[in-house]
Design a protein around this ligand. Structure first.
Ligand SMILES: [Fe+2]
Ligand SMILES: [Fe+2]
Length: 341
């Protein structure tokens, strides 16, 4: 086409715009639930900077406690720091596929929420370490040194996921993508509730209450989309959902339970150091659930999800780690991961 070819001089109406085109010129509304979730997101928006930070006295904690608590936030940010770009990508997809108006807004709200969660991680880490970067911070205690080694390995593992995700987004329908989001959201909604109940520090209690409420909304978005799209889901998409659930289990276990070593590339002393840190954090009034409570939470989240997928005849993967039988899924690689929270 010549640079400034004037088609308008040769035809009455312009040619069809090739699809997918990133902008829909339409505001369809079909799924009422989405509008409700959006309204709730507007009402419940919060600002991490506005939390009662003035009630926090980091000096009342020992350095070991501070490093242990900062480690938990670091572990969380291995997931939450990728969430804004991950959902931003999905948000763009809702425009490309000309999703309903309220669906686009809901994905926008998730992106914004995740940005808040990430900011919260940063604020907590920076306050507790007096340093904005847990990987370059100079540890003050022997436990802190081991935790930084853990953090470096977590960061390395999480870094392998982005390229795979970017390739997955154009390949899969939103229906497949949000099945993977859903499991993260279900589990996250529960764990943040537990963290809220078991934490002593006011600023953390407030943060966990807000984050948990956000995750509950994210869960509702996924559920509403499933109700809309799953009855007509293609068979190959069903198989893909099963695989993604297993992948999501392996990926998210690192923060919601414990990292499965056959999937995560981590040193032998990783779990011991992490358990030690959690014990110290709990002792300082920071509500990380115990091994058994995490396992119970994770199992319930899986059973919940299984209940949802059963409704649409989508086979559930076997998750022997928490005692759930189902379809065997093998050969899951970090490259295959879509789930986030
Ligand atoms: Fe979320
Ligand atoms: Fe989140």
């Amino acid at each position: 086409m010549a640079k400034n070819e004037q088609l308008a001089k040769t035809m009455e109406f312009p040619p069809e715009t090739p699809q997918p085109n990133v902008y829909p010129l339409s505001w369809h509304s079909q799924t009422e639930k989405m509008e409700e979730v959006w309204d709730a997101a507007q009402r419940e928006n919060w600002d991490p900077k506005e939390l009662p930070w003035d009630t926090l006295d980091v000096e009342s904690y020992s350095w070991e406690e501070r490093e242990a608590i900062a480690y938990w936030w670091t572990l969380l940010s291995v997931f939450d720091a990728s969430a804004p770009p991950v959902f931003a990508e999905a948000f763009i997809k809702t425009y490309e596929v000309h999703e309903e108006d309220a669906v686009r807004r809901c994905f926008f709200s998730v992106t914004r929420d995740e940005q808040n969660h990430e900011q919260m991680c940063g604020l907590a880490i920076t306050k507790f370490l007096e340093h904005p970067d847990p990987l370059t911070y100079e540890p003050k205690t022997e436990l802190g040194k081991r935790l930084q080694k853990n953090a470096k390995w977590l960061y390395y593992n999480g870094g392998r996921y982005w390229n795979g995700y970017k390739q997955a987004v154009p390949k899969y329908s939103l229906a497949v993508l949000f099945s993977s989001f859903l499991m993260g959201e279900i589990a996250a909604a529960t764990i943040f509730k537990q963290m809220h109940d078991n934490s002593r520090e006011l600023v953390f209690k407030e943060a966990f209450k807000n984050i948990g409420r956000d995750e509950g909304r994210h869960m509702a978005i996924c559920m509403a989309l499933m109700e809309r799209d799953y009855p007509g889901l293609a068979d190959e998409d069903r198989a893909m959902v099963t695989k993604q659930i297993r992948a999501g289990y392996l990926f998210l276990s690192a923060v919601l339970f414990e990292p499965p070593m056959e999937f995560w590339d981590l040193p032998d002393d990783f779990i011991d150091s992490q358990r030690e840190a959690e014990e110290v954090a709990r002792g300082a009034g920071f509500g990380v659930p115990s091994y058994d409570a995490k396992k119970e939470n994770w199992r319930n989240a899986m059973l919940n999800l299984k209940g949802v997928l059963d409704r649409y005849n989508i086979p559930f993967p076997a998750i022997p780690e928490v005692g759930i039988s189902g379809e065997e899924v093998s050969d899951v690689d970090m490259q295959d991961i879509i789930p986030v929270f």
